[in-house]
Design a protein around this ligand. Structure first.
Ligand SMILES: Nc1ncnc2c1ncn2[C@@H]1O[C@H](COP(=O)(O)OP(=O)(O)OP(=O)(O)O)[C@@H](O)[C@H]1O
Ligand SMILES: [Mg+2]
Length: 250
């Protein structure tokens, strides 16, 4: 299963008025691989994520998920086809417990199929999914904590748990390490490595240490366009990338 492309986007463009926020971008996401997307602020990384998840319809281009054309489909429908995403800005209900947040995520995006099951069966299945997601994200010990009082790192783990609650095959993560300290970032890197095997993953991230620790494939965007894409070591050495983005730091 590791050689399978689960999501494939071709020549995606998104225009906001005169601005091409995403300009003719193609991306393949493979089962068992992490595809990192980096680029300066405003490069179009979140917009690209929104195009893949259905949060925004592309102006032109196509998105294929599991071999089916999902271009222009609503996010709920794309979610039911096996895509899960986290948001750059948090999506957590702060007054609720960790468990309630994960349970709600599992329920809100539950497959339509559960309408045909008895209410009790649907309830049990949703709980089981939420339980597995909580465990996978390492948050079982924090299940009863109120989301607003757990650490920033744990809140980002909760975002991942909520994303996992629908049991997606494709994961799109928009800056999961944002605002984290060194120890929290390291914990998140380990979590993403653990999730890699069973998912196709796109990781938008500014933390270059994490990117180079995790990425199997690296794409660099600047002003909506891909300026380099390939194996991380090759992209790192690319002179256009050095000049446009990575600078002397790396
Ligand atoms: N809904 C929108 N309407 C108009 N312009 C938008 C919209 N969303 C994004 N943009 C613009 O599109 C460009 C790309 O933004 P985007 O948020 O995708 O960048 P990004 O690479 O995710 O940046 P960051 O690293 O800061 O998160 C920016 O110029 C932004 O202002
Ligand atoms: Mg962004």
């Amino acid at each position: 299963m590791t050689n399978e492309v689960l999501l494939s986007a071709r020549q995606l463009t998104k225009r906001f008025g005169g601005l091409a926020a995403v300009n003719e971008v193609s991306v393949d996401l493979w089962q068992g691989r992490i595809h990192a997307v980096i680029g300066p602020n405003g490069a179009g990384k979140s917009t690209l994520t929104n195009l893949l998840s259905g949060d925004l319809p592309p102006t032109t281009g196509t998105v294929t998920l599991g071999g089916a054309d999902v271009t222009g489909h609503k996010p709920e429908k794309i979610s039911r086809c096996g895509l899960g995403r986290s948001y750059q800005k948090t999506n957590i209900f702060l007054p609720f417990t960790v468990w309630d947040n994960v349970r709600l995520a599992a329920q809100s995006r539950a497959p339509q199929a559960w309408r045909w099951l008895s209410r009790a069966t649907g309830f049990a299945q949703t709980n089981e999914r939420a339980e597995r997601a909580l465990e996978l994200a390492g948050l079982t010990p924090r299940r009863n904590a109120v989301a607003g009082i757990i650490s920033h790192g744990e809140q980002r783990q909760l975002e991942i748990a909520m994303t996992l609650a629908t049991e997606p095959q494709v994961l799109l993560l928009d800056e999961p390490l944002a605002g984290m300290g060194v120890a929290e970032a390291e914990r998140m890197v380990q979590l993403l490595l653990k999730l890699k095997q069973a998912h196709a993953m796109m990781l938008v991230e500014h933390d270059m240490d994490a990117v180079f620790a995790l990425a199997d494939h690296l794409t660099v965007m600047v002003n909506g366009q891909v300026i380099a894409s390939g194996l991380p070591a090759a992209v790192r050495g690319d002179s256009a990338v050095q000049a446009a983005y990575l600078g002397e730091e790396h």
